[in-house]
Design a binder for this molecule. Structure first.
Ligand code: ADP
Ligand code: MG
Length: 368
């Protein structure tokens, strides 16, 4: 991990993986280490930090711009994605203020900008594109949304394109251009039938809201898609390093394998598997059976009760470590060329700068 964080050619690190595996935590820890140890001007874009972690990073002001993190003297900024506000910024950047106002006021925009499935993924990419374009950072570390599907982040640009290019949208566009030209004339006729049916059900106002929204959005079509595709290409470039984060558990490892395959298919540069919450034993030579046997014989003599307990705990831990090693190997067998770094399971949740620092140390100490 240190080699990646120190490499001046690496400008973007993306932490992806299924939900709950530690993407947000490791993204913050990697960013902190890049800033403190490798002296790189770093910004971390978090999506959904736990409340206490957000506080520790100084993310109480939700103004959608990076702020210097207070608990460190290194150049580390953090921000939390505000999906709605990012969408607003996109609209403002691509239309004139009057058009923008019209879009903001539209109930369809309001619904889509806060709940449209895929919006969070797309806006994370949009924000990444903005940070990248703004310059001023040596390294941008990106957390990814807690999607049900671990692949949504990659799908975002195509999905948005599909939505904006969709037949449905084009059909709906027709009435706003009534009296307009060519292609739309045919559709206008069928839309008339469709619109009358819908009007009966949902009412007039809604229809004019929708066609107004779509007409306004139409003027920004090129902008939206172009930027999504631009960011997509940045993600494919050599300066980007994808890390798949996983816990050493069957479900997470299976998803990690799938993700690695998908990244390869998209020609996205996968630089490593970050195995998070890995357990360790202090005495590696002492096997589980040997530990249990020793505990048994000591207990039989009625001596050293504390040692007996310690041996039993060691045996449990040794079994866990063996199971985790076996599960992690499933990934390595399928993707032998992907390096693996491990992060030790911490005794408690990670919610402050010191905790993040510990994760960073763990990351660089235990490479395999
Ligand atoms: N190595 C670790 N040791 C102990 N707790 C961890 C570790 N990594 C993450 N956690 C905890 O697990 C929870 C989920 O982590 P988070 O980073 O929010 O996951 P994700 O972003 O993938 O959903 C958080 O409470 C976090 O503090
Ligand atoms: Mg998260």
């Amino acid at each position: 991990m240190d080699a990646i964080l120190a490499d001046p050619g690496v400008r973007i690190v993306v932490c992806c993986g299924s939900g709950g595996v530690g993407k947000t935590t490791t993204a913050a820890a990697l960013a902190l280490r890049a800033a403190e140890v490798h002296r790189r001007r770093t910004v971390v874009l978090t999506i959904d930090p736990a409340r206490r972690l957000a506080q520790a990073l100084g993310l109480s002001e939700l103004d959608n711009t990076p702020r210097q993190v207070k608990g460190t003297s290194a150049e580390l900024s953090a921000m939390m994605l505000d999906m709605k506000r990012t969408f607003d910024e996109v609209v403002l950047a691509h239309t004139d203020p009057a058009k923008a106002e019209e879009i903001f006021a539209n109930p369809f925009y309001q619904a889509m900008s806060s709940t449209f499935s895929g919006t969070q993924e797309y806006m994370a990419m949009e924000k990444l594109g903005q940070l990248y374009a703004a310059g001023g950072w040596d390294l941008i570390v990106v957390d990814t949304p807690p999607s049900r599907s671990a692949l949504d982040f990659l799908d975002a640009p195509q999905r948005l394109s599909r939505f904006l290019d969709g037949r449905m949208l084009r059909v709906l566009l027709a009435p706003a251009r009534a009296g307009g030209r060519s292609v739309f004339n045919l559709m206008t006729a069928s839309f008339g039938v469709f619109a009358r049916a819908v009007q009966r059900i949902i009412g007039n106002q809604l229809i004019s809201d929708l066609s107004g929204f779509v007409a306004a959005l139409d003027s920004t079509f090129g902008g939206f898609r172009q930027r999504a595709e631009q960011t997509y290409r940045i993600l494919q470039a050599d300066e980007t390093a994808f890390l798949v984060v996983a816990a050493p558990e069957p479900d997470a490892i299976r998803e990690a394998g799938y993700f690695a395959g998908r990244l390869a298919a998209e020609r996205m540069p996968l630089h490593g598997l970050l195995l998070n919450r890995v357990h360790q034993v202090a005495a590696t030579e002492l096997t589980e059976p040997a530990s249990l046997a020793a505990a048994q014989s000591l207990a039989a003599g009625g001596e050293h009760p504390v040692t007996v307990d310690a041996l039993k705990v060691h045996a449990l831990l040794a079994r866990q470590v063996a199971r985790e090693t076996e599960v992690a190997a499933r990934f390595t067998v399928e993707h032998p060329s992907v390096p693996v770094a491990e992060v030790a399971a911490q005794p408690a949740d990670v919610h402050d700068i010191d905790g993040l620092r510990e994760i960073g140390v763990s990351l660089s100490a235990r490479a395999s």
